[in-house]
Design a protein around this ligand. Structure first.
Ligand SMILES: Cc1cc2nc3c(=O)[nH]c(=O)nc-3n(C[C@H](O)[C@H](O)[C@H](O)COP(=O)(O)OP(=O)(O)OC[C@H]3O[C@@H](n4cnc5c(N)ncnc54)[C@H](O)[C@@H]3O)c2cc1C
Length: 401
């Protein structure tokens, strides 16, 4: 942006960047707490809130044949009864010195700012990974993956001999695990309405332990469930290179495949990494305990875009929707406090639990002191997801697991 006098004025709105789990909740909570007296502008490149935690459901997305309405909530419907204004556009730059952001070539001044732009796939510089793999981090990417799998299955009966189509999923965290299990347990013949050959699914867990950071009993259960579903887990090897239909591992093994999907990790978007601010892992923004950016009162970083170390445990708060939603509530309270010159409060992370889907009918998780397996865990996960999407439509985002 060119050097010029400050762009912001006291008439400017609170600007929220990103309408994901963090941004939507910040906007709704500030509107509710201030009874609509704080003007709020929410900027997103899409006019919808994407139910991103459900994007591993590629079998169902393939069944829907391009109709992805179930995985999104139109924002116009959410903001119907509020004074929150949606500005559809791509955020290109944030100018903290001038309190302004650049959206599709136009400047938007702010009185206070919430940066909630999420993350992008991290390819760790692996040659060919970005070009030759699919992903499920965005709705458009998940829809492309579903369509590639559909096409793979459609032509599977033409394969010679007993050969089955093969999928390689890269990344042994929760996203890779949920995706591999989903692909292996989907009834592809019913999705296509014609005979198919079920796929062989390989999960390349990489050099980090499988489901790193999850409770040990959940990891054991997940490993056994995946094995029973026919997923082959490859431990301890990173991907070195990806060519079309060939994934090269660090020990020289080459996995031929019909579809490869990258679930190996995420990093902050480039416009965030370029900001002259303290950064953590993957370029995430480091914040004060109040979620404000150091040296920038009234500017908050919330959700996956931020790295927050819990001062009580010394552990990083996980990059989950669950954490994004709870951070957003604290950030909203602090934004209103900042605008009314009241003291800010520190963010406290409390995990409600975690449930990992392990195929279309199974899951494993812990909720408080309770451990859940199999079908009940899967039903609970679906119920929580359904309640979240209904609560968004009501304009009162609830929690997630
Ligand atoms: C397959 C999958 C399953 C998951 N399962 C779970 C789960 O079970 N439980 C859980 O708690 N978490 C889960 N997660 C993690 C969770 O989805 C993220 O932690 C969560 O989305 C973070 O919320 P956010 O608001 O920070 O970012 P996002 O939800 O990604 O929102 C970011 C928003 O910013 C917008 N945006 C980005 N850049 C720009 C730009 N330049 N201009 C305009 N708009 C922009 C995007 O369009 C998007 O709307 C899962 C993630 C994936 C991919």
């Amino acid at each position: 942006m060119p050097e010029s006098p400050p762009a912001s004025s006291s008439q400017d709105p609170l600007v929220v960047l990103g309408a994901g789990y963090a941004g939507l909740t910040v906007a709704e909570e500030v509107h509710r707490r201030s009874r609509g007296s704080v003007p709020v502008v929410l900027v997103d490149r899409h006019p919808v809130h994407v139910l991103r935690t459900e994007l591993y459901e590629v079998g169902e997305i393939a069944r829907a044949s391009g109709d992805v309405g179930r995985w999104l909530v139109p924002l116009a419907k959410v903001f119907d009864r509020t004074s929150i204004r949606l500005r559809q556009g791509t955020v290109q730059a944030i100018d903290l010195a001038r309190s302004a952001v650049q959206v599709d070539g136009q400047e938007l001044g702010y009185r206070a700012l919430a940066i909630c732009l999420g993350n992008v796939a991290n390819y760790y510089g692996v040659p060919g990974a970005a070009e030759n793999t699919e992903s499920v981090y965005r709705l458009t990417a998940a829809a492309r993956t579903a369509s590639a799998l559909r096409e793979m299955e459609r032509s599977s009966t033409e394969l010679s001999g007993e050969r089955r189509p093969r999928v390689v999923v890269v990344g042994g965290g929760s996203t890779g695990t949920e995706l591999a299990a989903e692909i292996a347990t989907t009834d592809w013949a019913s999705v296509l309405g014609s005979p198919t050959r079920p796929p062989d699914v390989f999960l390349v867990a990489g050099s980090l332990p499988f489901l790193y950071g999850f409770p040990p009993h959940l990891i054991d259960r997940a490993r056994r469930t995946l094995r029973r579903a026919g997923v082959t887990i490859i431990h301890g090897l990173n991907v070195e290179r990806v060519e079309p239909h060939r994934v090269h591992l660090a020990d020289g093994t080459v996995l031929g495949c019909d579809v490869a999907v990258w679930c190996a990790g995420v990093e902050a978007p480039p416009l965030i990494r370029d900001l002259d601010l303290p950064h953590g892992k993957g370029g995430r923004l480091l914040t004060e305990p109040t979620l404000e950016l150091p040296g920038h009162p009234g500017v908050f970083a919330v959700g996956d875009v931020a790295e927050f170390k819990d001062p009580r445990t010394g552990l990083l708060v996980p990059g989950t929707a669950q954490a994004a939603l709870s951070e957003a509530r604290t950030a909203a309270r602090n934004l209103v406090a900042r605008l009314t010159s009241r003291p800010l409060e520190p963010y406290r992370y409390r995990e409600r639990g975690v449930i990992v889907a392990l195929g279309v009918r199974r899951a494993a998780g812990t909720v408080g002191p309770v451990t859940l397996w199999g079908r009940p865990a899967r039903l609970l996960k679906r119920a929580v997801e359904r309640e979240y999407s209904r609560s968004v439509e009501r304009g009162e985002p609830s929690g997630l697991l």
